[in-house]
Design a protein around this ligand. Structure first.
Ligand code: SF4
Length: 92
């Protein structure tokens, strides 16, 4: 059997929103005041895919995401306890 190369992603940039309250002409993300927010389902799935990677949360302006505190809590729980904070884990 030939040696297999395994590629592991060590860094991830998660754009949680394209909303931003700035209007920089050079913006490479095409962010607007309206923008779009990443759903918690997509965010949690993304965390699972990139588990073990260095994660950067960005946007847009990530603090404009209405669930930014839950997202940060999810990352902290993943680092501290290896589990994602979600409704099911709270109910168990
Ligand atoms: S995302 Fe950054 S570059 Fe784009 S408008 Fe907002 S602050 Fe400016």
């Amino acid at each position: 059997m030939a040696d297999e190369e395994i590629w592991v992603c060590s860094m991830a940039y998660i754009q949680v929103t394209t909303r931003c309250n700035m209007f920089c002409e050079h913006c490479g993300f095409s962010c607007t005041a309206e923008g779009e927010d990443m759903s918690m389902e997509v965010f949690e799935r993304t965390l699972q895919v990139f588990e073990g990677s260095y994660i950067t949360i960005g946007g847009g302006e990530p603090t404009l995401h209405p669930k930014i505190f839950e997202m940060v809590l999810g990352i902290i729980m993943l680092i501290a306890w290896g589990v994602l904070h979600n409704k099911n884990s709270v109910e168990k």
